[in-house]
Design a protein around this ligand. Sequence first.
Ligand SMILES: [Zn+2]
Length: 106
Amino acid sequence: MGPGWQQLVLECHQAVASEFPEYELLPVKQKWEALAFQAFPRPWKPGGNWTDAQHARLHAVTGAFADRGEGICERCAADGSLRESRGVHLVLCDRRELLVPEHGLL
Ligand SMILES: [Zn+2]
């Protein structure tokens, strides 16, 4: 995930933390052109450390942010759209579409 999505991730973090102050963050990435903000409601423990309802609620909060990445350039946060010209699919603005190399790595 590129720096263009930092603000989106920050807003998602704030929304999650307001309801789950102890939440445990897992890797955050772009997956199927959406923001995959992966987290547990609380630090993981053997046998589980949260209810199904809490997990569903967390999923609902992060899910509200997931699709917003579709229109935001991953590199610079300008208006973007999905680009499928590379082996890896990226959400980019017109300018970055020209600049980002074929491998798509940061
Ligand atoms: Zn851009």
